[in-house]
Design a protein around this ligand. Sequence first.
Ligand SMILES: Nc1nc2c(ncn2[C@@H]2O[C@H](COP(=O)(O)OP(=O)(O)OP(=O)(O)O)[C@@H](O)[C@H]2O)c(=O)[nH]1
Length: 699
Amino acid sequence: MRKMRIYEYAKEHNATSKGIIDKLKQAGIEVSNHMSVLDEQMVKVLEGKGSNGGGGERANEPAKESRPSMPPKKKESSRPQHQGGQNRKGPKKPNQSRSKQQQRPQRQEPPKAKPLPEKITFVESLTVGELAKKLHREPSEIIKKLMGLGVMATINQELDKDTIELIGTDYGVEVEEEIVIDKTDIENYVDEDKEEDLKERPPVVTIMGHVDHGKTTLLDSIRHTKVTEGEAGGITQHIGAYQIDANGKKITFLDTPGHAAFTTMRARGAQVTDITILVVAADDGVMPQTKEAISHAKAAGVPIIVAVNKIDKEAANPDRVMQELTEFELVPEAWGGDTIFVNVSALDGTGIDELIEMIQLVAEVEELKANPNKLASGTVIEAELDKGRGAVATLLVQSGTLKVGDPIVVGATFGRVRAMVNDLGRRVKEVGPSTPVEITGLSDVPQAGDQFRAFADEKTARHIGEARMSKHREANLAKTSRVSLDDLFDQIQQGDVKEINVIIKADVQGSVEAMRGSLEKIEVEGVKINVIHTGVGAITEYDVMLASASNAIVIGFNVRPDVNAKRTADAEKVDIRLHRVIYNAIDEIEAAMKGLLDPEFEEKVIGQVEVRTTFKVSKVGTIAGAYVTDGKITRDSTVRLIRDGIVIYEGAINALKRFKDDAKEVSAGYECGITLENYNDVKEGDIIEAYVMEEIERK
Ligand SMILES: Nc1nc2c(ncn2[C@@H]2O[C@H](COP(=O)(O)OP(=O)(O)OP(=O)(O)O)[C@@H](O)[C@H]2O)c(=O)[nH]1
C-alpha cells in the first residue's frame, strides 16, 4: 500500500480530515492529526472492513450486513506510526462530536483470514492454542472442529499426534512430527561393536506352551539335571532366570514361564529370547495357548524347538502332536521340514539331554555373539521392592560385563550396583553376556522389560537417570490429561478410575476458587482430584458434554443446570451435584473418593504349625514334617518361619502334602509335609505361622 496521510485520504474520498480522524477514534484508533500516516489496518477500518464501527455513518448500509469485528487488542496495536517532527500526543479520550460525514457505499468483502501454511511441524504434541497459532486460526475454530470430531478440548489441552494430523488433514495442511534426538534414550549411548570384539555367548531360552503341559516341570527338570556339579544342594534362588552348564557350554533359561513374560518384554521393545521351547503334552496335543505361543515366537522371529512332553504317559501320542503342528508350519525333519522335535518326559527325565543338545545346536547355527569387554547393557527380567534390601531387579546382561560398583541407569531409575547375586544365590563381582543376575542399589523399582545400561561415571548415570525419571513422570501425567480420540473412548468405557475429573461451576469467581482450593487439598491415598474446567454461571450443555467426554462429575455451587444441560446430562448419564454449602460438596466428593479406592487389606493369622522333623530330598529341597497346632494351614496362605521368636523367612508355600497327596488345607491336630518357596533352611523346632490377607470393609 502506498503511504497516505489522513488529509490525502480525506481528499481522495471527498471527506474532511476531521471526519476521518473521528471515524478512526470511534473504532478505538487514536491518531494525532491530519498529518498522521494511515496504515493498512486503519484503511480497512475506514473502508468498513476491519471494525464494527457503529455510529451513524453506517446508517446507509444494509442493516443485516454483519461484519466480523477485530478484537480490540488489535486495534490498540495498530496505532499509527507518527512521523518524525510530529507532535506525539498521548491518546485522547474520544470526546469530539461524531462526524456526520457519509461514507460512500463500498463493496464489502469478508475479512481475509491469514492464509494457511503449507506444512506445520510439531514435537511430540501441541496444545489446542499452539496448533491454532501454527495454522493461523483462532483457537475457538480449532475447538469447534475438535467438537465435530467428538473431542472436547480446552485451549491448553494437549493433542496427540493422530488428532493433530486429523485437524491438519481437515485444513489440507501437511503435518510432520519432528523427531528430536533424545539424550535420555540410553539406546543412543550404545556403540557398534567391531566384528573382532564379538565373542560367542550362551543362548537365552524361553519355554512356552499350554497350561499344564509341563513348562514348570521341564524347567525344574533341566535345572536339576544340569546345575553344575558341586553346586547341587546349594540354595537355589528364584531370580526369574537361571543358567545351566552342559557339555562345557552355558544355556540361560528365563524361568518365568508363560506368554506374559515374553509378550511384556516384547511390548516394551525388549528382545531377550534367542530360542523358544514349545512344550506340547503328548496326551493332549495342540491347545489354544500352544497356538498363541507359536504366534508370539513367530512374530518375534525366534526359532522354535518343539518338546513333546509327557511321553511316559500311556495316552501319549507324539505322532499326533507332530501331525497337528504341521498346520502351523512346524514340520519335523523326518517329514521333510526343518523343525526340531524332541520327545521328553519332564517327570522322569527322558529326552532332556537330547533337548539340551538341540538347544546348543540351534544356538550354534544362530551364531549368537556379544562383546563382553565394554560397559554392560541389557534388559530387566523381574523387579520388586524388598522390605529389607530395597529395589531388587533381575537383569539379563546382553552385552558387555556388569560389575559391582557400576553406575547404572535402569528404565526410569538409576543407581550404583551395590551387590550382585546369581541364580545359585552366590554373590558375584562381575557377569558377562547372557547372564542373569539380581542386583540391589537402585533408587526405585524398574519394570520388567526395561532396558539398562552401565556408565563409566556416576555423574552421567545420575544425569541421564534423573532426566529419564522426570520424563517418565511427565509421560504419566500427560497420559491423564491428554485428549486423544482413543483415550477418550477408553476413558468413557473403563470403570477403573484412579482419579476423579471434576468441573466446577459457581455463582461467583470467589466460590469457584474456594471450591477448587478445598477439592485439590483432599488427600485420599492413590486417588486425586483433577479439576478440568471451572466457570461462573449456570451449568451449560458444554459443561455436560465436557464432563461426558472426560468422565467427569459436574459440581454446581449456588447454580443450576439450564434446560439443555439437564436434558443432555440425562442422556449422557453425567452426574451433576448441586450444593449450597461448600463443606457438603467437599464431603460428598471425599466419600466418593473413598469408595473409589482400591480395597485395603489386613493380615489375618489362620494357623500355627510346628516343624517336628526335616527331610532333604535332592530334587525338591527341604521338606518340613510338621504338625498343625492351632487353626489351619492352607495351600495359598502366606507363611512366616519363626525361630526362637525371630522371623527368619516370609513367603509362599511351595507344596503342602498329607502323606503323598497334595492338600488344599490341613487343620489343627493333623500332620503335614511342607516345602517353602525359595527357602530350604527349615529346622526342627521352627514355627510356621500361616496367614492370609483380608479385605477391610470401609465405612
Ligand atoms: N506324566 C507326566 N506328567 C508330567 C510331565 N510333565 C509335567 N507333568 C505333570 O503335569 C502337570 C502340569 O505340569 P506343570 O509343569 O505345572 O505345567 P505348566 O505348563 O507349568 O502349567 P502352568 O504353570 O499351570 O501353565 C503336573 O502335575 C506335572 O507333574 C511328564 O513328563 N510326565
